[in-house]
Design a protein around this ligand. Structure first.
Ligand code: DGJ
Length: 727
């Protein structure tokens, strides 16, 4: 049993692999946080409770007995959930408006259940497995209930949480804020780490000290977005890659979200969040319930590296579709950067000829194969093969590829429509928009209203029509613009602020039906590069296009930031042409291959331009990749140095520490550059390792203390690889 309830102290202890999470039900009946951190025995933790001298004090509603428990006020304890209107002025987890307009809640303990099988969230993805505790809270005056869900895992250092809000009354309750969790951490000596970015520049690392008040990051875009990833790291001051306590919070959600860290007047830090309550409300009819998305909370006392490994383990074991997480992926070539919209059967067939015997096993046809899509101004939504471009339909190129042993993949952007399309001409109302107002254009396209079931049916049928009638084994699902004009013609006025969440529910319904309904097709996620890289998407798409920026130098940084939370196997990484199309930078084929090798690798360039040398190098890259793929996909990642340094490295160590691969990267070469000696952490200190590149056998202990000097080839943007094999 990983979950224990101790009656004498009313304390719940949840034990993960190396972590313990504890909270108790206090005198007033509120769920009060006690501890989340390194695994500890089930001692009585109530001695840790102290009220700050300046705490404001309010009584529990309807009672004037606060001083019965004199050292503690009802409203300044570290919360598991907090609410507004009854003396607690910190960030509420919930704000519920009753039919009479009042907005107070008072959620008190009402029992618990423990489940050995984790229930799914209806209509939303979540992690699987583990043991689940449900703590039932009730506000008996309003008949509003809240079930707090906690799941712990014996194979990783995370806890997942979510809340289900239940209207047990016979009146309407309007949820104006319905977060997934709150947790009170001791002290306020923390820094917040977030992953910000933009197109071509996704998941850069930002770090800032917390201050009194609220630090908040969010998306208001109905997508998780490249601007900020739905992830918040809370770091003990001074924590680095290898040491210090780090808490990670990652929402399993793809629409507008928020995560906050509040330092309170008595010096605690409260983290909370979930669905963004900006432009949100949810009408909860009598006896209805509302499920919030799941938050994954990790704990590490081995700095950011430990946090990443906790997330990677959790996502590989409990989130990414099991049949794909460890198995080989399509090793594809995508025509986008090679041709953009300018292709035909002959050109694609020449690509097939050029990749024969290289090890590339799938040809992916990107944007432009359907409707009037000769450029990005027309055709989206019309998922009918354009015979102007592909004479004879898709079968000509598919049959040709298949005859040479090459599989075929296809690009879709299911959620979108161009104004210049048959779909829009026939059903302008399918596109999101407010009647009487114009729509914002972005890449000449509009977003379809996924809150509507008829729109979703149209998408499922038209995508399936292509998939069911052609031998397609891979799909790239793109999403190239943000949502604007949040409104659905089908929703009544009082439900319009449900739009962003309903969009996510619509997207998950599409994924369930299209991805679930085509089990033999491999689906890759994409959003104008990596603008929807979140755990919910990962639960459907085992790999996500990391960025449209395929320049190896920039990609190394993007992949570094992404790896803070997401495993290498989740990142789709392609070798592209030089000069690079995004940066015009030139890097060697070896560098481009080595950086793309740190993920689900592939190619994105014109193979008819391959020189014989390129071909040899590509064959070699694919050969090495096949040998190392299991390690890259399943091993433990250690980041050595950071992208702020001229040289930094990624080390992937097998779980049993029997072997490892170190990839070192140097941005600039030149006189005066120091020798880069890297301490190889993460190996077993008790084992000896043979390093073929040095023809030497060295102990793991020496390698971690002394390191190895890295011999980069001369020139900028160079890589060097080292292997370690237990001797
Ligand atoms: C954006 C994607 O990120 C690209 O890889 C490509 O598929 C284009 N869309 C096609 O329009």
């Amino acid at each position: 049993m990983s979950i224990i309830y101790q009656e004498s102290t009313k304390t719940f202890y949840l034990d993960g692999k190396n972590v313990t999470y504890a909270f108790f039900i206090n005198y007033a009946g509120y769920a009060e946080h006690l501890y989340f951190g390194k695994k500890i025995p089930h001692d009585d933790l109530l001695y840790t409770r102290m009220r700050g001298p300046d705490s404001c004090i309010a009584t529990a509603p309807g009672r004037d007995d606060q001083f019965i428990e004199p050292i503690f006020s009802y409203i300044d304890f570290p919360p598991e959930v907090s609410f507004f209107g009854t003396g607690d002025y910190r960030e509420p987890t919930i704000l519920a408006q009753m039919e009479d307009g009042s907005r107070l809640s008072d959620l008190l303990y009402d029992g618990y259940s423990i489940l050995s099988t984790k229930p799914k969230i209806e209509g939303m993805p979540s992690l699987s497995g583990g043991e689940t505790l449900i703590v039932h809270l009730v506000d008996s005056i309003n008949s509003l209930k809240a079930d707090l869900y906690y799941t712990v895992y014996d194979d990783c250092d995370i806890v997942t949480r979510r809340i289900v809000y239940i209207n047990d009354s016979d009146k309407i309750i309007n949820l104006k804020r319905a977060y997934s969790f709150a947790i009170g951490l001791p002290g306020h000596n923390y820094e917040a780490l977030s992953l910000y970015g933009s197109w071509g520049h996704e998941r850069m690392i930002d770090r800032t000290p917390l201050h009194h008040g609220v630090f908040s990051i969010d998306s208001k875009r109905a997508t998780s977005s490249a601007v900020l990833n739905p992830f918040l790291g809370i770091l003990e001051k001074g924590a680095d890659e290898d040491k210090g306590e780090v808490y990670g919070f990652n929402l399993v959600y793809s629409s507008s979200w928020i995560l906050k860290a509040q330092v309170t007047l008595d010096g605690q830090t409260i983290i909370c969040g979930g669905i963004n309550d900006f432009d949100f409300s949810w009408k909860l009819d009598p006896k209805e319930e509302f499920s919030t998305p799941e938050i994954v909370i990790s704990y590490s006392n081995e700095g950011l590296g430990g946090m990443s490994r906790a997330f990677h383990d959790a996502y590989r074991e409990h989130l990414i579709p099991e049949k794909h997480v460890k198995s080989p992926r399509p090793l594809l070539i995508n025509n986008w950067e090679a041709t953009y919209f300018d292709f035909n059967n002959e050109k694609l067939m020449s690509f097939v000829d050029a990749i024969e015997n290289t090890g590339i096993d799938t040809l992916v046809l990107d944007d432009g194969w359907f409707g009037a899509r000769r450029d990005d101004t027309a055709g989206l939504g019309d998922w009918i093969v354009s015979e102007d471009v592909l004479e004879g339909g898709l079968s000509t190129i598919i049959n040709y590829a298949n005859s040479k042993g090459i599989k075929f993949g296809l690009w879709f952007e299911p959620e979108m429509v161009n104004e210049d399309s048959n779909l829009f001409r026939e059903h302008p109302d399918y596109a999101i928009g407010v009647p009487g107002h114009g729509r914002c254009y972005s890449r000449h396209q509009f977003v379809l209203d996924l809150t509507r079931s008829d729109v979703r049916d149209y998408i499922v049928n038209s995508v399936n029509n292509i998939l069911h009638n052609n031998n397609i084994q891979y799909v790239k699902w793109d999403f190239n613009r943000n949502v604007t004009e949040f409104f659905s013609a089908e929703l009544p006025a009082e439900r319009q602020s449900e739009f962003a969440h309903r969009y996510a529910l619509g997207l998950y319904d599409l994924c369930d039906r299209i991805i679930g309904g085509n089990p033999n097709v491999f689906f890759e996620g994409c959003a104008g590069g990596g603008a929807r890289f979140d755990p919910a998407i990962l639960s459907y798409f085992p790999q996500i296009w990391t960025s449209d920026n395929t320049d190896a130098n920039e990609r190394a940084t993007i992949q570094y930031g992404t790896s803070l939370v997401y495993p290498l196997s989740a990142m789709s990484c392609h070798v592209s042409v030089c000069p690079n199309h995004q940066t015009f930078r030139v890097a060697s084929m070896e560098t481009r291959s080595n950086i793309a090798h740190l993920g689900a690798t592939g190619y994105e360039l014109d193979p008819t331009q391959f020189s014989n040398e390129d071909k040899e190098e590509i064959k070699n890259h694919i050969d090495v990749y096949h040998k190392m793929r299991k390690l890259i996909f399943e091993g433990d990642l250690y980041r050595l140095n950071t992208p702020n340094d001229n040289e930094f490295s990624f080390l992937v160590v097998a779980k049993d520490k029997s072997h490892a691969e170190l990839l070192c990267y140097r941005r600039h070469c030149g006189p005066g550059k120091e020798v880069y000696r890297v301490r190889v952490k993460g190996l077993s200190e008790n084992k000896n390792y043979y390093i073929p590149e040095l023809n030497a056998t060295i102990s793991g202990k020496t390698l971690s203390c002394v390191g190895i000097p890295v011999a980069f080839p001369y020139g900028d943007y160079m890589t060097a690889k080292y292997h370690f094999v237990e001797k």
